[in-house]
Design a protein around this ligand. Structure first.
Ligand code: BLA
Length: 249
């Protein structure tokens, strides 16, 4: 369902940027699960280039049970650009949920004007994909922009409307990246390091996919995937383990 989206991103990345691979352990790079009725595969890719310190994308293919394309682009710490966030899911035969956004690191008016306002014309063109749905896991006022695409939709709309919308958002993201001025003051850079790290922590703790990963690939693999690949700047939260209370003999 979302292969054309992955191919478009790859074509863009390879033609525009000098990419080098970021290492992923083979265990996290590719897994097959035979736990469910249909085999589930998960494959991930990660690159860096002078503009972006981490580009990652993941495809889950569990046939009709699940097709998921997820991606985040993290700019280098000397750019205050938003992150490019993509989460497209087809779960079962009926449920298609798509989310696409420039995820803002800051929310002051100048920042929003510079990086988020330019999204408005695209968003307005694809109104049917901006449904203003309530969020159950995340807080829409944190790391989401007012012009995100967020919709429950169908296969036809994915191909006819989401694909061009996605291409336009990505085009705009490259434009904003080209125009961005690198920051030089250590305090400004430190602020971005912190904001990107907070994003990882926030996302790792709320990721609604962790249950899905656990059910296909086990809890241990799922934790590794979250904290060593998807959100590697997050620290796992300590979960208290049960300790047997000694009983008197
Ligand atoms: C929701 N994303 C979801 C859900 C799953 C995933 C299973 C819940 C769907 C449901 O309601 O049944 C899946 N998330 C994933 C996967 C990965 C992941 C497979 O991180 C990693 C490989 N999520 C993102 C990014 C954005 C995002 C980058 O990872 C931003 C564009 C958004 N996902 C997002 C939102 C929801 C969602 C807004 C709805 C959650 C809510 O209702 O709060």
């Amino acid at each position: 369902m979302f292969q054309p989206f992955l191919h478009h991103l790859e074509k863009e990345l390879f033609s525009r940027f000098e990419l080098s691979s970021r290492p992923i352990t083979s265990e996290l790079e590719f897994q097959v699960s035979k736990r469910g009725k249909t085999p589930a595969m998960i494959e991930s890719w990660s690159y860096q280039c002078p503009q972006f310190r981490k580009i990652r994308y993941t495809y889950i293919n569990a046939g009709e049970m699940a097709q998921i394309f997820n991606s985040v682009i993290y700019p280098r710490h000397n750019y205050d650009l938003p992150l490019l966030g993509v989460d497209f899911l087809a779960l079962g035969k009926k449920k298609i949920l798509v989310v696409l956004d420039f995820q803002p690191l800051f929310r002051d008016p100048e920042y929003l004007e510079k990086y988020i306002e330019p999204m408005r014309t695209i968003r307005d063109k694809y109104n049917e994909l901006a449904q203003d749905l309530p969020m159950k896991f995340y807080d829409a006022s944190q790391y989401f922009s007012p012009y995100l695409l967020f919709a429950k939709t169908d296969p036809e709309t994915v191909l006819k409307r989401l694909l061009p919308a996605y291409q336009e958002y990505i085009q705009l993201y490259w434009q904003l990246s080209e125009k961005a001025e690198p920051l030089t003051q250590p305090e400004q850079i430190e602020r971005i390091v912190k904001a990107q790290q907070d994003y990882d922590q926030y996302s790792a703790e709320r990721d609604p996919a962790s249950g899905l990963f656990s059910s296909y690939f086990g809890h241990e693999w799922s934790e590794k995937f979250l904290y060593e690949f998807l959100f590697e700047d997050a620290n796992p939260v300590a979960v208290p383990t049960e300790v047997a209370v000694p009983t008197e003999v």
